[in-house]
Design a protein around this ligand. Structure first.
Ligand SMILES: Cc1cc2nc3c(=O)[nH]c(=O)nc-3n(C[C@H](O)[C@H](O)[C@H](O)COP(=O)(O)O)c2cc1C
Length: 304
């Protein structure tokens, strides 16, 4: 997830455990080919024992294939995920992201080119139900024919954004035609949601639910209800931001990563104040840790 699943957050999730696969922020194939410094910053770090896929976006099959070659030759990523779901205007205008849902032939060409470039590397595609109408079944067929190893389906159209609920009613049909693992995505925000959805698909991808509650995977797999946001997650995330970023970037990272983390929590207003009133990373970290300590002293972790 752009600006969220960076090296600090991925490391945090890998350390907490329970997650089977992590995916980077979306990375521009063109940026990678230009060896853009910011692009390469997004490509740092590993997930330890947890596999990490890099997510690439682009509209040119040739550029995507060459970028995939660099990933295979120069990085430790365990696989590549191709972004065919991003609804952002600046991505779509170029014909990348969810624009590919309007153009299954172009999408298939990209998958085929990347597959040829990196025959040995696991390859997945993140897609939606369609752009402005549902074409997921035909799209899935085209993608798997070209050699994708797995597909992640966000059960919304591009034009829907988050205004309507993800429509999981398509899971059954897609699962019937899928010859590769079908991973469902959209509105899985709690352990209960995940359990329910896991009956409909081969796996679930959790987006906002994970940035709001990084312990969700642990609870899902270990079944234990501990919620130690204050004692464990916040202090470790702050350490990881310090470890992976130099000073001018740290405060921005703190704000981006903790914003979701504290939303919907007890004291979330205080948390937001602590985050947004800070003008330096040190101040933000001090504010957050002090508030976390107060919550612990007042009787333990905040509950969701
Ligand atoms: C801030 C933000 C950034 C996102 N960035 C990406 C991205 O880079 N690549 C991607 O495939 N999806 C991205 N998404 C979409 C999520 O991966 C996911 O498909 C969507 O949020 C629905 O799943 P959820 O209900 O579990 O969040 C992003 C979502 C948000 C809110």
């Amino acid at each position: 997830m752009a600006s969220l699943t960076d090296v600090a957050f991925r490391t945090l999730l890998a350390e907490i455990g329970g997650v089977g696969l992590l995916i980077t922020e979306m990375v521009s194939a063109e940026g990678l080919l230009r060896r853009n410094r910011k692009t390469f910053q997004m490509m740092r770090g590993s997930g330890g024992d947890t596999p990490v896929f890099i997510q690439l976006f682009g509209e040119s099959a040739d550029a995507m294939a060459r970028a995939a070659g660099i990933v295979a030759d120069e990085t430790d990523f365990d696989g590549i995920d191709i972004n065919m779901g991003c609804p952002a205007g600046k991505v779509i205008r170029k014909g990348a992201g969810a624009a590919l849902m309007k153009n299954p032939a172009a999408a298939a060409k990209i998958v085929a080119a990347v597959r040829r470039a990196v025959p040995g590397l696991p390859l997945s595609v993140k897609m939606r139900l369609g752009f402005d109408r549902v074409i997921a079944a035909d799209f899935l067929e085209a993608i798997q024919n070209e050699g994708a190893d797995a597909v992640f389906v966000h059960f919304r159209l591009q034009c829907q954004r988050y205004r309507v609920a993800a429509d999981w009613s398509h899971a059954q049909e897609l699962r019937r035609i899928a010859r590769v693992p079908l991973v469902g995505n959209g509105d899985v925000l709690t352990v209960e949601d995940a359990r329910r959805r896991l009956e409909e698909v081969d796996g679930v991808m959790i987006g906002r639910g994970a940035v709001m509650d990084p312990l969700i995977f642990h609870r899902l797999t270990a079944g234990n209800g501990n919620d130690d946001l204050e004692s464990r997650v916040i202090p470790r995330l702050l350490e990881l931001i310090q470890l992976h970023y130099t000073e001018p970037l740290r405060l921005g990272r703190l704000k981006a990563l903790t914003r979701f983390l504290v939303s919907g929590r007890r004291m979330s207003r205080r948390y937001r104040q602590a985050i947004y009133s800070a003008t330096t990373f040190e101040q933000g970290a001090r504010n957050l840790l002090a508030l976390a300590d107060r919550i612990i002293d007042a009787g333990g972790a905040a509950e969701r």
